[in-house]
Design a protein around this ligand. Structure first.
Ligand code: ADP
Ligand code: MG
Length: 393
Protein backbone atom coordinates (compact mmCIF):
# COMPACT_ATOMS: atom_id res chain seq x y z
CA UNK A 1 0.00 0.00 0.00
CA UNK A 2 1.14 3.51 -0.67
CA UNK A 3 2.60 5.81 1.90
CA UNK A 4 0.55 8.96 2.56
CA UNK A 5 2.72 12.03 2.00
CA UNK A 6 2.45 15.79 2.45
CA UNK A 7 0.58 15.94 -0.88
CA UNK A 8 -2.25 13.86 0.51
CA UNK A 9 -3.40 16.08 3.36
CA UNK A 10 -4.61 19.64 3.74
CA UNK A 11 -2.43 21.77 6.02
CA UNK A 12 -4.01 25.18 5.38
CA UNK A 13 -4.24 26.98 8.74
CA UNK A 14 -4.08 23.68 10.59
CA UNK A 15 -2.39 22.75 13.84
CA UNK A 16 0.13 20.09 12.85
CA UNK A 17 1.78 17.67 15.26
CA UNK A 18 5.16 16.76 13.76
CA UNK A 19 7.35 13.88 14.97
CA UNK A 20 10.93 14.85 14.17
CA UNK A 21 14.19 13.08 14.97
CA UNK A 22 16.05 15.57 17.14
CA UNK A 23 17.96 12.86 18.99
CA UNK A 24 21.15 14.87 18.49
CA UNK A 25 24.48 14.91 20.34
CA UNK A 26 24.62 17.56 23.10
CA UNK A 27 27.96 18.80 24.45
CA UNK A 28 28.18 21.30 27.32
CA UNK A 29 24.55 22.26 26.92
CA UNK A 30 24.79 22.84 23.17
CA UNK A 31 23.87 20.84 20.08
CA UNK A 32 27.24 19.65 18.73
CA UNK A 33 25.95 18.19 15.44
CA UNK A 34 22.81 19.71 13.93
CA UNK A 35 22.58 17.46 10.86
CA UNK A 36 19.27 15.96 11.97
CA UNK A 37 17.75 19.36 12.74
CA UNK A 38 18.81 20.70 9.34
CA UNK A 39 17.35 17.62 7.67
CA UNK A 40 13.90 18.44 9.10
CA UNK A 41 13.75 22.00 7.74
CA UNK A 42 12.21 21.29 4.30
CA UNK A 43 9.17 19.66 5.90
CA UNK A 44 8.80 22.37 8.55
CA UNK A 45 9.10 25.16 5.97
CA UNK A 46 6.55 23.54 3.69
CA UNK A 47 4.06 23.26 6.56
CA UNK A 48 4.67 26.84 7.71
CA UNK A 49 4.14 28.06 4.15
CA UNK A 50 0.60 26.66 4.40
CA UNK A 51 -0.07 28.88 7.40
CA UNK A 52 -0.12 26.02 9.87
CA UNK A 53 1.15 26.10 13.46
CA UNK A 54 3.65 23.41 14.33
CA UNK A 55 3.81 21.36 17.48
CA UNK A 56 7.06 19.40 17.30
CA UNK A 57 7.97 16.36 19.32
CA UNK A 58 11.09 14.21 19.62
CA UNK A 59 12.88 12.00 22.06
CA UNK A 60 16.45 12.70 23.15
CA UNK A 61 18.66 9.98 24.64
CA UNK A 62 17.40 7.44 27.11
CA UNK A 63 16.21 9.44 30.13
CA UNK A 64 14.76 7.82 33.23
CA UNK A 65 11.93 10.27 33.87
CA UNK A 66 12.41 14.03 33.55
CA UNK A 67 16.21 14.34 33.74
CA UNK A 68 17.55 17.86 33.20
CA UNK A 69 20.36 16.79 30.90
CA UNK A 70 17.84 15.36 28.44
CA UNK A 71 15.68 18.48 28.19
CA UNK A 72 15.11 19.80 24.68
CA UNK A 73 16.11 23.40 25.49
CA UNK A 74 19.41 23.26 23.48
CA UNK A 75 17.47 21.81 20.55
CA UNK A 76 14.88 24.63 20.67
CA UNK A 77 17.71 27.17 20.59
CA UNK A 78 19.50 25.52 17.67
CA UNK A 79 16.29 25.07 15.68
CA UNK A 80 15.42 28.73 16.19
CA UNK A 81 18.84 29.76 14.84
CA UNK A 82 18.54 27.49 11.81
CA UNK A 83 14.98 28.31 10.84
CA UNK A 84 15.33 32.01 11.69
CA UNK A 85 12.17 32.23 13.81
CA UNK A 86 11.15 32.03 17.40
CA UNK A 87 10.72 28.48 18.72
CA UNK A 88 8.41 28.23 21.72
CA UNK A 89 9.68 25.82 24.37
CA UNK A 90 8.94 25.42 28.06
CA UNK A 91 10.60 22.88 30.34
CA UNK A 92 8.05 20.39 31.65
CA UNK A 93 7.86 17.05 33.41
CA UNK A 94 6.58 15.50 30.18
CA UNK A 95 5.08 16.44 26.81
CA UNK A 96 1.50 16.13 28.05
CA UNK A 97 1.99 17.56 31.56
CA UNK A 98 -0.61 20.15 32.68
CA UNK A 99 1.71 23.14 32.24
CA UNK A 100 2.61 21.92 28.75
CA UNK A 101 -1.06 21.68 27.80
CA UNK A 102 -1.75 25.29 28.72
CA UNK A 103 1.46 26.34 26.94
CA UNK A 104 0.34 24.63 23.73
CA UNK A 105 -3.21 25.97 24.09
CA UNK A 106 -1.98 29.56 23.68
CA UNK A 107 0.30 28.86 20.69
CA UNK A 108 -0.35 31.65 18.14
CA UNK A 109 -1.20 30.91 14.51
CA UNK A 110 1.91 30.23 12.46
CA UNK A 111 4.10 29.55 15.52
CA UNK A 112 6.50 26.70 16.25
CA UNK A 113 6.24 24.96 19.62
CA UNK A 114 8.68 22.25 20.66
CA UNK A 115 7.27 19.83 23.23
CA UNK A 116 9.41 18.45 26.04
CA UNK A 117 11.27 15.12 25.46
CA UNK A 118 8.67 12.44 24.69
CA UNK A 119 10.66 9.86 26.67
CA UNK A 120 10.21 11.82 29.90
CA UNK A 121 6.90 9.96 29.99
CA UNK A 122 7.30 6.17 30.21
CA UNK A 123 4.01 5.79 28.33
CA UNK A 124 5.81 6.88 25.13
CA UNK A 125 7.69 3.60 24.76
CA UNK A 126 4.67 1.61 26.00
CA UNK A 127 2.69 3.09 23.09
CA UNK A 128 -0.02 3.89 25.63
CA UNK A 129 -3.38 4.88 24.06
CA UNK A 130 -4.23 7.54 26.69
CA UNK A 131 -0.86 9.21 26.18
CA UNK A 132 -1.19 8.99 22.38
CA UNK A 133 -4.62 10.56 22.59
CA UNK A 134 -3.30 13.38 24.78
CA UNK A 135 -0.55 14.11 22.22
CA UNK A 136 -3.06 13.94 19.36
CA UNK A 137 -5.37 16.40 21.14
CA UNK A 138 -2.82 19.15 20.46
CA UNK A 139 -3.43 19.14 16.71
CA UNK A 140 -5.66 18.59 13.67
CA UNK A 141 -3.17 16.51 11.65
CA UNK A 142 -0.02 14.48 12.24
CA UNK A 143 3.20 14.30 10.21
CA UNK A 144 5.98 11.81 10.89
CA UNK A 145 9.40 12.85 9.62
CA UNK A 146 11.50 10.81 12.06
CA UNK A 147 12.88 7.93 10.00
CA UNK A 148 15.40 7.07 12.73
CA UNK A 149 12.52 6.23 15.10
CA UNK A 150 10.18 4.58 12.57
CA UNK A 151 11.18 1.03 13.57
CA UNK A 152 9.69 1.55 17.01
CA UNK A 153 5.96 1.37 17.75
CA UNK A 154 5.88 4.22 20.24
CA UNK A 155 3.09 6.68 21.05
CA UNK A 156 4.72 9.51 19.08
CA UNK A 157 5.44 7.34 16.01
CA UNK A 158 2.53 4.89 15.87
CA UNK A 159 0.03 5.56 18.65
CA UNK A 160 -0.98 9.06 17.53
CA UNK A 161 -1.83 7.87 14.01
CA UNK A 162 -4.94 6.21 15.45
CA UNK A 163 -6.35 9.61 16.41
CA UNK A 164 -5.30 12.00 13.62
CA UNK A 165 -5.11 12.07 9.82
CA UNK A 166 -1.44 11.19 9.24
CA UNK A 167 1.24 11.49 6.59
CA UNK A 168 4.99 11.12 6.07
CA UNK A 169 7.22 14.20 5.87
CA UNK A 170 9.77 14.68 3.08
CA UNK A 171 12.66 13.05 4.95
CA UNK A 172 10.75 9.90 5.87
CA UNK A 173 9.27 9.69 2.37
CA UNK A 174 12.71 9.85 0.72
CA UNK A 175 14.25 7.22 3.00
CA UNK A 176 11.38 4.81 2.42
CA UNK A 177 11.16 5.26 -1.34
CA UNK A 178 14.94 4.97 -1.81
CA UNK A 179 15.54 1.97 0.44
CA UNK A 180 12.39 0.14 -0.69
CA UNK A 181 13.45 0.46 -4.31
CA UNK A 182 16.81 -1.11 -3.41
CA UNK A 183 15.23 -4.23 -1.99
CA UNK A 184 12.36 -4.48 -4.49
CA UNK A 185 13.60 -3.51 -7.93
CA UNK A 186 17.13 -2.14 -8.04
CA UNK A 187 18.65 -1.45 -11.41
CA UNK A 188 21.20 -4.21 -12.00
CA UNK A 189 24.05 -4.89 -11.67
CA UNK A 190 23.28 -4.25 -7.99
CA UNK A 191 26.39 -4.52 -5.83
CA UNK A 192 26.33 -4.43 -2.07
CA UNK A 193 29.32 -3.69 0.13
CA UNK A 194 28.86 -4.94 3.68
CA UNK A 195 31.35 -4.49 6.47
CA UNK A 196 31.59 -3.70 10.14
CA UNK A 197 32.33 -5.60 13.27
CA UNK A 198 29.82 -8.43 13.43
CA UNK A 199 28.13 -10.80 10.99
CA UNK A 200 25.36 -11.16 13.54
CA UNK A 201 24.35 -7.48 13.12
CA UNK A 202 24.03 -7.79 9.36
CA UNK A 203 22.85 -11.36 8.77
CA UNK A 204 19.26 -10.30 8.18
CA UNK A 205 20.39 -7.74 5.61
CA UNK A 206 22.69 -10.15 3.76
CA UNK A 207 19.96 -12.83 3.71
CA UNK A 208 17.36 -10.45 2.34
CA UNK A 209 19.71 -9.00 -0.28
CA UNK A 210 20.72 -12.45 -1.60
CA UNK A 211 17.50 -12.32 -3.61
CA UNK A 212 18.15 -8.98 -5.32
CA UNK A 213 21.90 -8.32 -5.32
CA UNK A 214 24.23 -9.52 -8.06
CA UNK A 215 27.32 -9.35 -5.87
CA UNK A 216 27.96 -8.88 -2.17
CA UNK A 217 31.41 -7.60 -1.25
CA UNK A 218 32.35 -8.39 2.34
CA UNK A 219 34.82 -6.43 4.42
CA UNK A 220 35.45 -5.58 8.06
CA UNK A 221 35.83 -8.05 10.88
CA UNK A 222 32.88 -10.15 9.72
CA UNK A 223 35.02 -11.47 6.85
CA UNK A 224 37.09 -13.55 9.30
CA UNK A 225 34.05 -15.43 10.51
CA UNK A 226 33.50 -16.51 6.89
CA UNK A 227 37.19 -17.48 6.44
CA UNK A 228 37.33 -19.45 9.68
CA UNK A 229 34.07 -21.20 8.77
CA UNK A 230 35.76 -22.44 5.60
CA UNK A 231 38.76 -23.76 7.53
CA UNK A 232 41.06 -20.75 7.05
CA UNK A 233 43.63 -19.55 9.60
CA UNK A 234 42.72 -16.09 10.85
CA UNK A 235 45.15 -15.61 13.77
CA UNK A 236 43.54 -13.52 16.49
CA UNK A 237 41.19 -11.65 14.15
CA UNK A 238 37.75 -10.89 15.54
CA UNK A 239 35.57 -13.97 14.92
CA UNK A 240 32.08 -14.90 16.07
CA UNK A 241 32.64 -18.57 16.83
CA UNK A 242 28.95 -19.26 17.33
CA UNK A 243 28.18 -18.00 13.82
CA UNK A 244 30.46 -20.31 11.80
CA UNK A 245 27.66 -22.64 10.65
CA UNK A 246 25.55 -19.69 9.74
CA UNK A 247 28.37 -18.18 7.68
CA UNK A 248 28.75 -21.43 5.73
CA UNK A 249 25.04 -21.64 5.27
CA UNK A 250 24.94 -18.09 3.84
CA UNK A 251 27.69 -18.97 1.36
CA UNK A 252 25.74 -22.04 0.26
CA UNK A 253 22.51 -20.14 -0.15
CA UNK A 254 24.28 -17.42 -2.13
CA UNK A 255 25.57 -20.05 -4.54
CA UNK A 256 22.10 -21.53 -4.96
CA UNK A 257 20.73 -18.07 -5.76
CA UNK A 258 23.55 -17.22 -8.11
CA UNK A 259 24.60 -14.26 -6.01
CA UNK A 260 28.34 -13.86 -5.86
CA UNK A 261 29.84 -13.27 -2.41
CA UNK A 262 33.31 -11.72 -2.59
CA UNK A 263 35.58 -12.06 0.42
CA UNK A 264 38.78 -9.96 0.74
CA UNK A 265 41.67 -12.06 -0.64
CA UNK A 266 44.22 -10.30 1.57
CA UNK A 267 44.21 -8.30 4.80
CA UNK A 268 46.30 -5.61 6.40
CA UNK A 269 47.27 -7.11 9.74
CA UNK A 270 48.90 -6.07 13.00
CA UNK A 271 49.50 -7.55 16.41
CA UNK A 272 47.62 -4.80 18.20
CA UNK A 273 45.21 -1.99 17.34
CA UNK A 274 47.19 1.23 17.64
CA UNK A 275 48.60 3.95 15.44
CA UNK A 276 52.15 3.44 14.19
CA UNK A 277 52.37 -0.30 14.93
CA UNK A 278 54.09 -2.67 12.51
CA UNK A 279 51.71 -3.86 9.78
CA UNK A 280 51.93 -6.76 7.33
CA UNK A 281 49.72 -7.97 4.52
CA UNK A 282 48.71 -11.65 4.64
CA UNK A 283 46.24 -13.76 2.67
CA UNK A 284 43.02 -13.44 4.68
CA UNK A 285 42.77 -17.21 5.16
CA UNK A 286 46.39 -17.58 6.26
CA UNK A 287 47.01 -15.06 9.03
CA UNK A 288 49.73 -16.19 11.49
CA UNK A 289 49.20 -16.70 15.23
CA UNK A 290 49.29 -13.43 17.14
CA UNK A 291 48.28 -11.31 14.13
CA UNK A 292 44.84 -10.01 13.28
CA UNK A 293 43.18 -8.68 10.15
CA UNK A 294 42.30 -5.03 10.69
CA UNK A 295 41.57 -3.87 7.14
CA UNK A 296 41.08 -5.32 3.66
CA UNK A 297 44.43 -5.58 1.85
CA UNK A 298 45.69 -3.93 -1.37
CA UNK A 299 44.68 -6.88 -3.53
CA UNK A 300 41.16 -6.93 -2.15
CA UNK A 301 40.88 -3.16 -2.66
CA UNK A 302 41.75 -3.59 -6.36
CA UNK A 303 39.34 -6.49 -6.81
CA UNK A 304 36.53 -4.54 -5.14
CA UNK A 305 37.24 -1.41 -7.20
CA UNK A 306 37.08 -3.48 -10.38
CA UNK A 307 33.92 -5.22 -9.37
CA UNK A 308 32.15 -1.94 -8.59
CA UNK A 309 32.94 -0.30 -11.95
CA UNK A 310 29.95 -1.64 -13.87
CA UNK A 311 27.46 -1.37 -11.00
CA UNK A 312 24.23 0.50 -11.69
CA UNK A 313 23.13 0.42 -8.05
CA UNK A 314 25.45 0.38 -5.03
CA UNK A 315 24.60 -0.01 -1.37
CA UNK A 316 27.35 0.37 1.21
CA UNK A 317 26.87 -0.45 4.88
CA UNK A 318 29.73 -0.94 7.36
CA UNK A 319 33.42 0.06 7.21
CA UNK A 320 36.05 -2.22 5.64
CA UNK A 321 38.38 -2.09 8.65
CA UNK A 322 39.14 -0.37 11.93
CA UNK A 323 38.79 2.99 10.19
CA UNK A 324 39.13 4.92 13.45
CA UNK A 325 42.85 4.05 13.56
CA UNK A 326 45.44 4.97 10.88
CA UNK A 327 46.43 3.12 8.66
CA UNK A 328 43.50 0.71 9.03
CA UNK A 329 41.28 3.33 7.42
CA UNK A 330 42.86 2.69 4.01
CA UNK A 331 40.34 0.16 2.69
CA UNK A 332 37.38 2.22 3.91
CA UNK A 333 38.78 5.40 2.34
CA UNK A 334 39.52 3.70 -0.97
CA UNK A 335 36.03 2.22 -1.10
CA UNK A 336 34.57 5.63 -0.17
CA UNK A 337 36.45 7.29 -3.06
CA UNK A 338 35.45 4.56 -5.49
CA UNK A 339 31.78 4.66 -4.50
CA UNK A 340 31.73 8.47 -4.64
CA UNK A 341 32.96 8.49 -8.25
CA UNK A 342 30.74 5.75 -9.65
CA UNK A 343 28.08 6.61 -12.21
CA UNK A 344 25.54 4.25 -10.67
CA UNK A 345 23.01 5.16 -8.00
CA UNK A 346 24.82 5.12 -4.65
CA UNK A 347 23.40 4.65 -1.17
CA UNK A 348 25.38 4.66 2.07
CA UNK A 349 23.86 3.67 5.42
CA UNK A 350 25.02 2.80 8.94
CA UNK A 351 26.31 5.06 11.70
CA UNK A 352 30.01 4.32 11.23
CA UNK A 353 29.97 4.15 7.43
CA UNK A 354 28.19 7.49 7.26
CA UNK A 355 30.73 8.95 9.72
CA UNK A 356 33.53 7.62 7.48
CA UNK A 357 32.03 9.13 4.33
CA UNK A 358 31.48 12.46 6.09
CA UNK A 359 35.06 12.47 7.31
CA UNK A 360 36.34 11.82 3.79
CA UNK A 361 34.53 14.93 2.52
CA UNK A 362 32.75 12.90 -0.17
CA UNK A 363 29.26 12.90 1.30
CA UNK A 364 27.85 15.26 -1.34
CA UNK A 365 28.86 12.81 -4.08
CA UNK A 366 26.60 10.08 -2.68
CA UNK A 367 23.05 9.94 -4.02
CA UNK A 368 21.43 8.96 -0.75
CA UNK A 369 22.86 8.88 2.76
CA UNK A 370 20.54 7.03 5.07
CA UNK A 371 20.18 8.63 8.50
CA UNK A 372 18.40 5.71 10.04
CA UNK A 373 20.80 3.32 11.77
CA UNK A 374 18.53 0.63 13.20
CA UNK A 375 15.62 1.71 11.02
CA UNK A 376 17.67 1.40 7.79
CA UNK A 377 18.90 -2.06 8.75
CA UNK A 378 15.38 -3.28 9.55
CA UNK A 379 14.04 -1.91 6.29
CA UNK A 380 16.86 -3.57 4.33
CA UNK A 381 16.08 -6.81 6.16
CA UNK A 382 12.66 -6.59 4.55
CA UNK A 383 10.86 -5.91 7.83
CA UNK A 384 7.83 -3.65 8.07
CA UNK A 385 8.51 -0.58 10.20
CA UNK A 386 5.54 0.11 12.52
CA UNK A 387 5.88 3.88 12.12
CA UNK A 388 5.68 3.48 8.35
CA UNK A 389 2.90 0.89 8.28
CA UNK A 390 0.84 3.35 10.30
CA UNK A 391 1.03 5.85 7.43
CA UNK A 392 -0.09 3.30 4.87
CA UNK A 393 -3.35 2.31 6.50
P1 ADP B 1 27.99 0.70 10.77
O1 ADP B 1 27.78 1.57 11.99
O2 ADP B 1 28.42 1.49 9.58
O3 ADP B 1 26.79 -0.17 10.50
P2 ADP B 1 29.31 -1.32 12.34
O4 ADP B 1 28.85 -0.66 13.59
O5 ADP B 1 28.71 -2.60 11.97
O6 ADP B 1 29.20 -0.28 11.11
O7 ADP B 1 30.89 -1.58 12.44
C1 ADP B 1 31.81 -0.58 12.68
C2 ADP B 1 32.92 -1.06 13.59
O8 ADP B 1 33.54 -2.21 13.06
C3 ADP B 1 34.00 -0.01 13.73
O9 ADP B 1 34.08 0.38 15.08
C4 ADP B 1 35.27 -0.72 13.26
O10 ADP B 1 36.41 -0.41 14.04
C5 ADP B 1 34.91 -2.17 13.43
N1 ADP B 1 35.72 -3.03 12.55
C6 ADP B 1 35.77 -3.03 11.21
N2 ADP B 1 36.67 -3.91 10.75
C7 ADP B 1 37.22 -4.49 11.82
C8 ADP B 1 38.24 -5.49 12.01
N3 ADP B 1 38.84 -6.07 10.97
N4 ADP B 1 38.56 -5.85 13.29
C9 ADP B 1 37.93 -5.28 14.34
N5 ADP B 1 36.96 -4.33 14.23
C10 ADP B 1 36.61 -3.95 12.99
MG1 MG C 1 28.00 1.19 14.14
Amino acid sequence: MALRTLNDLDFKNKRVLVRVDYNVPIKEGKVSDATRIEASLPTLKKLLSEGSSLILMSHLGRPKGAEDKYRLSPVAKKLSELIGRDVRYEAASGPTAKEQQSFVAVAPKGSITLLENTRFDSREEENDPEFSRALASYADVYVNDAFGAAHRAHASTEGVTHYLPSAAGYLLEKEISTLSKLIKNPESPFKVIIGGAKVSDKIGVIENLLDVADEILIGGAMAYTFFKAQGGKVGKSLVEDDKLDLANDLLKRAKAKNTKILLPSDSMCAQEIAEGVETKVFPSDDIPEGWMGLDIGPDAIKTYQNSLKDAKTILWNGPMGVFEVVPFNTGTNEVAKTVAHLDGFTVVGGGDSVAAINKSGLADKIDHISTGGGASLELLEGKTLPGVAALER
